[in-house]
Design a protein around this ligand. Sequence first.
Ligand code: SAH
Ligand code: SF4
Length: 349
Amino acid sequence: MPERIPARDLDAGALDALVLEEGGRPFHARELHLWLHARGLLDWNRATNLPKALRDRLSETLELRTLRLLEEEEARDGTLKFLLGLGDGEAIEAVLIPRGTRSTLCMSTQVGCPVGCIFCASGLEGVRRNLSRAEILEQFWIARERLGRPPDNIVVMGIGEPMANLRNLTEALDLLVSPKGAAYSARRITISTSGHPERIRRLASLGKPYELAVSLHAADPDLRRELVPTAKHDPEELVRAAAFHGRATGREPTFEIVLLADRNDRREDAEALCSLLRGLPCTVNLIPWNPVEVPGGDLRSPGDRRVERFRGWLERGGLKTTLRRHRGRDRDAACGQLRLRRPPAIRKK
Ligand code: SAH
Ligand code: SF4
C-alpha cells in the first residue's frame, strides 16, 4: 500500500481538494476539518456523518494516527507517562500530570534535542529530527482520549527545543486555539525555551498570548554556558527577548532555574539573578534537579533547606518565585529518560 499522508499535516486547501477528488462535497471537507481539528478524530468509524464509501476512500490516502502507544506508566502521584512510537521507528514522550481535579499535558517537539544541557536526558544523543505538525497535535488528542476531556493546561516542556521547531509547533498550536479547531485558550499554553532570542521575538509577533517560560538557569554568562554548552546568547539578550514577549502579549514571562547543588544555588547566583531581572514583571520558577543519568556524574540535587534558602534570597531581592516539586519521580519522570531506556530496535538508528 502506498504511504499515507498524515491527515493533520494537510492544510485546509489540500484537504478540500482531496475530499473533492475522492467524490466528496465541499461540506464533507468542512466536516472532515472539524473532525480532525475540533473533535480529534483518531478512528474513521467515529465520523459517521461522512458517507461510509467516502471514509473508506479517504482512509486509503490519509493517516489519522501517526503515533503508536508503546508504553504507559503511572507514577504513585497519578502522573501518566506515554512512550509514543513514530512511523519511522523513533519514539517520544508525552506526560499527563494531575493536580487535584485538573491536569496538565507536557508535550514533546523534537526527537532528542540539539541543545545538550548537562543535566538533561533529552539531549544526550543529540537531535534526530523535528516532530511534524500532525505528531505534535496528536499528543493533545491522545491525551484528550485518555482523559475523556481536554487537559486543562499544556506545557511545551517535553523532549526537544521548541524554538528549533517553531514553525510546526506554532502551526499545531494555532490549530488548537482556532475557533474552527479545538478553541483552546492560548493563555493555558506555556512554551518553554532554552534560548533563541530572535525566535522568541518572532513568537511574540504572532499575536497569540501563549505563555513563555525561559530556561535561564544562571544569570552569569560563563556559568550559564557551563550548564547549557551550546548557548549562543548571553542571559541579558534572553531576558530582553522575554521582556519583549511580555510587552507584546501582555503575559509576564517565567524564568526557570533548574537548581544544582553548589553549581547555581549559591548566594552569588541568587544576587546575579536579582540584578539581571530587577524591575521586570516576571516570575522565577525554581526546579530542584530531578537526578537523571548524565555523563560527568558530579551533579547533585539540592535538599529542601538549600532550595528554601535560595528562594529566600530571591524573594528578599524583590523577585516573585514559585517552586516546582518533582512529579512522578518514581517512574523516570524527567523527560527523555523513558525514551533512552528503549532498546535500539525501537529507537532505530
Ligand atoms: N527545551 C526546552 C523545553 C523542554 S525542557 C527548555 O529547555 O526549556 C523543560 C524544562 O525542564 C526546562 O526548564 C529544563 O531545564 C527542565 N529540565 C530538563 N531536565 C531536567 C531535570 N533532569 N530535572 C529538572 N528539570 C529538568
Ligand atoms: Fe534540550 Fe531543554 Fe533538555 Fe536543554 S533542558 S537539553 S534545551 S530539552
